[in-house]
Structures are given as structure tokens and as C-alpha cells.
Design a protein around this ligand. Structure first.
Ligand code: SF4
Ligand code: MG
Length: 324
């Protein structure tokens, strides 16, 4: 397994108390596999990604338990300089907001080239040639001319392609993309998703796609892990999950995707709000919002039940949900 996260716990200490952002996340990604991590904001998906990348804000954040194995190495035992080597060459991240991640006063060619100068000891001239090559690979038209332009001279979609090119530069084994298309128009979203899927195949990488939007990952993900209040509540191959969710929260998310054949119909969004991470409800954290909640749900934390050999649900009533 390329990435193997086991029972990860992350807390944030704030003035008002301890926010339990990640509460025992276990997930794995194989080489060549695309895993979508789905959840509302505050579900712990970005924090999990930051912990994996080693870019968590510490303090206030703190990993309080669990292991992160990458290509068999225990990342949490590495020193910061070793960790830095893993970042970039081993795994790279694409963020939502390309404009604030790119340097506004450096040309995109200089920023892309910098990767090769710093990490590969290339000359400026060779690095520039590699930058053009990378821009080609992420399908930026007229790369040779545009390599000298600045980030603001590109559209949002093109800027996101530049971010993807930066992530690809050192040919990492894993890319983690955190809401890579959220800031973009719907049509551009699909193009950027397709590009990521294509590059994933081309480079035979593992890909983790973090999103709050089940609609945008459906066509590109192999598996989906659904997060709620810092836990994985359902994990399944994408087609199984679409066909019949085994968790009421997943069902709610599926019901809230707008469908072309249901134009004008009110979206069946999940009622209520995600919990305060400083005060997570006892039992199943989803119970205050769950249409299927029973008495046990208010007291007993549901373990991740095995629904199938490659499928799990953290719901006491997963059978009823699956067949309901
Ligand atoms: Fe709903 Fe209970 Fe299942 Fe939680 S355990 S999702 S509250 S039915
Ligand atoms: Mg986030």
C-alpha cells in the first residue's frame, strides 16, 4: 500500500477548549488508485491531509495518536528535513486557492523552474525548458509563450493547472488535492478533474481527492471515504456507494446532489449543522441530524462494521440503510 493511515487522531488547542478534528481515521491508498475523501467543512478531511503532508499548524494542532505509513516508512518518526524530502518528491499537494498559493511577482515559469533548481540542481535555462514541458503536460495552450507570464494573467482554471504542474514537477508517487476545483466554474471543474484523472493514469500515481461535492468526484474516484466529525463513517468502492449507501449520512449527501432529471425540485439537503468539534455529541455524532436514529445511537459510538470485504459503515443500522 502506498499510503496507510491508521487510527489517526488530531486535536487543536484553542482558548475555548480542545477541538477534536480527527478522531481515529484509518484509510489506505494504493499506487494507481484514486480515493475521494468526502465531507462537509469541519469534517476533518483537510486536517487529515495536512497531517499526512506534514504541514499541520503545530501548535495549535497536534497529532495525538495513530500512524502514517508512506511507502512503508513511518512518517511521524521522521525528522523535519527528511519529511521535507518526502514532500515534493514523494507526495505533493494541490490546494483550492491557486491565486494565494502562487507568488504574484514571479512568472509561472520561474515558479515552476524553481522546483528543478532547488530539488534537482538544474541550471535556470534547463529548468525553464522543464517548466514549458510541464505546462504542456497540464494542457496549457501556447506554453512556450505563456511561461513568462504572471499568475494574474491566467484564468482560474489555467492557474489551477499551474498548481497541478507544480505538484507534478518532481513526479511524486501520491498527489493530495484539497478541493482542487471548488473555486472554479462548473464546466472548468470537470475539465480540471478530467486532467487530474488523466495525469493519475499517465504517471501511475495515487491520488487523494478531498471534496465536499460528491458530484464532482463520481467519475474519477475508485473509492470514497465519507467523513463526519473527524471519523470515516462509510468507505466503499464508488459504484457500490452510489448504488446503495450503507450510512444515512451518505444517503443524505447523495440526495442533495442536483440531478438533471429533477430540475426545479427542491434539494433534499441534510437538516441541521455539523457538530461543534469541541462538543461532539455522544454515541453516533450524526444522531441529532439522522432520520434513522434510535436510542442506541444516542449512547453507543458505532464501530466501522464490515458491510462487504472492501466496504465499511459506522452505523448501527447499516443493514436497514443499505436495503431501505
Ligand atoms: Fe443514524 Fe444511528 Fe446510524 Fe448514527 S448510528 S447514522 S444516528 S442510524
Ligand atoms: Mg477544507
Amino acid at each position: 500500500m502506498l499510503l496507510d493511515v491508521r487510527d489517526l487522531h488530531v486535536e487543536f488547542r484553542t482558548r475555548d477548549g480542545v477541538a477534536k478534528a480527527v478522531n481515529g481515521v484509518t484509510l489506505g491508498v494504493d499506487a494507481g488508485e484514486t480515493l475521494a475523501v468526502l465531507g462537509e467543512s469541519g469534517s476533518g478531511k483537510s486536517v487529515t491531509a495536512q497531517a499526512v503532508m506534514g504541514i499541520l499548524d503545530t501548535p495549535p494542532g497536534r497529532i495525538t495518536g495513530g500512524r502514517i505509513l508512506f511507502q512503508g516508512r513511518d512518517l511521524l518518526s521522521l525528522k523535519e528535513d527528511e519529511r521535507r524530502k518526502v514532500r515534493g518528491a514523494g507526495m505533493a499537494m494541490v490546494f483550492q486557492d491557486a491565486l494565494s498559493s502562487l507568488n504574484p511577482v514571479l512568472s509561472v515559469g520561474d515558479q515552476l523552474g524553481e522546483m528543478f533548481v532547488v530539488h534537482r540542481g538544474m541550471s535556470r535555462k534547463d529548468a525553464r525548458a522543464r517548466a514549458v514541458e510541464l505546462m504542456d503536460r497540464v494542457r496549457i495552450p501556447a506554453a512556450r509563450e505563456r511561461v513568462s507570464q504572471y499568475p494574474h494573467q491566467f484564468s482560474g482554471g489555467m492557474r489551477q493547472r499551474i498548481m497541478i504542474a507544480m505538484a507534478l514537477a518532481l513526479e511524486p508517487a501520491l498527489i493530495i488535492a484539497d478541493e482542487p476545483t471548488t473555486a472554479l466554474d462548473v464546466t472548468v471543474q470537470a475539465q480540471v478533474m478530467d486532467l487530474l484523472a488523466e495525469l493519475r493514469r499517465e504517471y501511475d500515481m495515487g491520488l487523494v481527492l478531498i471534496t465536499h461535492d460528491l458530484g464532482v468526484v463520481a467519475d474519477v474516484a475508485d473509492r470514497i471515504a465519507v467523513m463526519y466529525a473527524g471519523r470515516i463513517v462509510e468507505s466503499a468502492p464508488v459504484h457500490d456507494l452510489y448504488k446503495a449507501p450503507a450510512h444515512p449520512y451518505t444517503r443524505g449527501l447523495l440526495d442533495s446532489i442536483p440531478r438533471l432529471d429533477q430540475k426545479g425540485r427542491e434539494l433534499n439537503a441534510i437538516r441541521g449543522l455539523p457538530p461543534n468539534l469541541m462538543d461532539i455529541p455522544p454515541g453516533c455524532a450524526f444522531h441529532p441530524r439522522c432520520p434513522m436514529a434510535g436510542d442506541t445511537c444516542r449512547t453507543d459510538v458505532p464501530p466501522l462494521h464490515e458491510v462487504d470485504e472492501d466496504r465499511g459503515s459506522a452505523c448501527h443500522f447499516w443493514r436497514e440503510c443499505l436495503h431501505g
